[in-house]
Design a protein around this ligand. Structure first.
Ligand SMILES: [Zn+2]
Length: 660
């Protein structure tokens, strides 16, 4: 069809009039995502005049509590923000899901699929197809929708986006493993005296070493060698035990006999560390096939102690952004471009080494120092991204407030069973909030009035005083039966008699009914049996009593909707009162003699409780137009800022006023 010029002009005019009668879409939207930023703590510090930039933003725009998800866990909450859907839509219910057939825990964010096509050459196996990793979150992300409408997006370390999925720029965050494939990373400690329980400590590898003639010859182990037969056969589901062929690299340490320092020689890189000093990022190449294939990583070395015990910490092996062994960015080479601008940086999820701290390898001061490295790197990245931010959407994520509030809570809360009076750390959480204020200051400086600024968190925070072993409680109340009732300390439900067990707990807040036809050895029938059991459980949970102090630890239970019976999510989600959380053993099917115990772990703050008690926060330079905004409303608001309609399946509504 041909149109003459006049008709085209009329058409353009009509479109122009229609569009301009609505609000003009924003040129730039900046979202600052701060994991675990708590509205009450934020208000307290604002009242103390510690956060001038937050205060100015509230004055200019608005602030509200942001309703989080149940359970209020980061993977669940961020998935809801990303997709505008609840758990039944995006499929993420916890950090940990279970395989219904085996009752074994599985990581909820991503799953690796080994390559099944290979050829054998002696003891070598050459995979013809690369093993792949599948992201498990369902639904469409708001940045995919925006990119489709021509809005350029940059998504920096968004949680639950691994492997990263975006037509624009993105760097993956929570869910990204270290080179060993472990979540949260695995540190290494070379020490002349490993702790007695070293083999049972999760998140770290301990190697006993000896200093002979002031020298140490050490081997840093890498991931399994994907090219060796032993590795591939160990992936088979049989129970044969295989010795795994590991990649590794040898390095030398020369201890100074006079001073508390040492010289390290790692693959041709020489550096001297004083006791208590950290190295820069050191490049590591693990040879998989000599001279042909190597796997690249980076790590930082920390000489914790020279005398009387020698202790050398090596950070979790990072996927090298310059030469990533797994995809961590879109486009694939964006991590390399970032490296060229920023130098090396932590690429694993949540890089603050909470595990080294929990294991006693780090003191509070050492943890603080290490987490400040992360903050400094992230600020450098923020400056760089702000510098190149011309149009569209920029999302930037900080993990420091969440990780710090987990680990440093006990330093300022004298009511905590693990309270530590340490003047050096009592204000550390305050400092973390001030650092976020500093970041906000940079952002506000860069943005113009017509740009939209959103600051948001996925959930708030609460103290973690007391643990509840939900599985032990289910056992005491007759829902679980053991094969050998005299033995309690078995992980992964290994002592559970499934033929007499009606419900079990897995993950941080979930309870699953041992349903016939759905669970591997299910016994509970669908229909009346299931319904009756659910009601009884709800009643029992709500009246659960901690006899040590008379508290009722559970304040909320969410029941799975009937139509979702076959869905992989838990049948009941348990919400604790402030102060309580699930125990350390229960989430992976472990039992303890006592149901309730004090929490003496360095991990002393938490948020996996009743979602109504730990809302997140929303601040913006736009007014907030609905009274109880939720994470899924914010998704719609972000789209609306660019004049883009929400998808029909999205459950929220626009919560931000358009700019005038
Ligand atoms: Zn957290």
């Amino acid at each position: 069809m041909k149109m003459n010029k006049y008709i085209v002009w009329v058409f353009v005019l009509i479109v122009f009039t229609v569009c301009s009668s609505q609000a003009t879409p924003s040129r730039r939207v900046f979202i600052l995502g701060i994991d675990g930023l708590d509205p009450t703590i934020l208000e307290e510090f604002m009242d103390e005049e510690l956060l001038p930039n937050f205060k100015a933003l509230v004055k200019e725009g608005d602030m509200a509590r942001l309703t989080t998800t149940m359970p209020p866990l980061s993977p669940v909450a961020w998935s809801t923000f990303i997709t505008g859907l609840d758990s039944s839509g995006h499929g993420i219910f916890d950090f940990i899901h279970r395989d219904p057939v085996t009752y074994l825990p599985e990581f909820s964010i991503a799953r690796s699929i080994p390559s099944d096509v290979s050829i054998s050459l002696g003891s070598w196996v050459l995979p013809l197809k690369r093993a792949s990793i599948k992201q498990l979150r369902k639904g469409t992300s708001f940045w995919e929708i925006l990119e489709k409408q021509g809005v350029p997006t940059t998504i920096f370390r968004m949680p639950v986006n691994f492997p990263p999925n975006s037509p624009g720029y993105s760097l993956s965050g929570m869910g990204t493993p270290d080179l060993l494939g472990t979540q949260g990373g695995t540190f290494t400690l070379f020490t002349t005296s490993p702790p007695p329980q070293a083999s049972r400590i999760s998140g770290g590898r301990f190697y006993r070493v000896a200093v002979i003639n002031n020298r140490l010859y050490l081997r840093l182990e890498g991931p399994d060698n994907p090219f060796r037969k032993e590795t591939l056969s160990s992936l088979s589901k049989t129970n044969e035990t295989h010795h795994r062929a590991k990649l590794g690299l040898d390095f030398k340490v020369f201890v100074d006999p006079k001073n508390p320092s040492a010289k390290l020689e790692v693959q041709g890189q020489e550096f001297v560390l004083q006791e208590g000093e950290w190295s820069d990022w050191i490049l590591l190449e693990f040879e998989a096939i000599p001279y042909l294939v190597s796997v690249s990583a980076t790590a930082r070395f920390y000489l914790k102690q020279v005398q009387p015990d020698f202790e050398l910490y090596v950070s979790p092996l990072q996927i090298n952004p310059e030469d990533p062994a797994m995809q961590i960015s879109t486009p694939n080479n964006w991590s390399k471009q970032l490296f060229q601008k920023l130098g090396h940086f932590y690429t694993q999820e949540l890089p603050e080494d909470t595990k080294a701290f929990s294991a006693g390898v780090f003191s509070g001061k050492e943890f603080w120092e290490q987490s400040q490295f992360v903050y400094v790197e992230q600020m450098k990245a923020l400056r760089h991204l702000l510098g190149r931010f011309q149009e569209g959407l920029l999302f930037f994520y900080f993990s420091s407030v969440d990780q710090g509030s987990h680990m440093l809570w006990r330093y300022f809360d004298p009511k905590h069973p693990a309270y530590v009076n340490d003047p050096g750390l009592q204000d550390s959480i305050k400092t973390l909030y001030r650092e976020m204020d500093e970041a906000l200051g940079l952002i506000r400086e860069k943005l113009e009035k017509e740009d939209t600024l959103i600051v948001m968190s996925d959930h708030g925070f609460a103290p973690f005083y007391w643990q509840v072993n939900l599985n032990s409680w289910l056992l005491k109340n007759g829902y679980i039966h053991l094969k050998d009732p005299k033995k309690h300390n078995f992980p992964l439900f290994s002592n559970v008699d499934w033929s007499r067990t009606s419900a079990y707990s897995l993950g941080l807040n979930g309870i699953y009914i041992n349903l016939k036809g759905r669970e591997g050895q299910g016994i509970v029938l669908k229909g009346e049996d299931y319904k009756g059991l659910m009601s009884r459980l709800e009643r029992d949970l709500m009246s659960m009593t901690d006899l040590r102090n008379g508290n009722f630890p559970v304040s909320f239970v969410r029941r799975k909707p009937r139509q979702l019976l076959e869905n992989h999510g838990p049948d009941l989600i348990v919400g604790y009162r402030r102060g309580y959380r699930t125990s350390w053993e229960s989430p992976l099917g472990g039992f303890t003699t006592e149901v309730f115990e004090d929490n003496h772990n360095a991990w002393s703050g938490d948020h996996s409780i009743d979602y109504r008690l730990v809302p997140g926060v929303l601040l913006s330079n736009r007014k907030i137009k609905i009274s109880n905004p939720a994470l899924y409303d914010l998704t719609v608001a972000v789209l609306d800022e660019f004049g883009v309609e929400k998808l029909p399946e999205m459950i929220g509504q626009d919560c931000l006023e358009d700019k005038d």
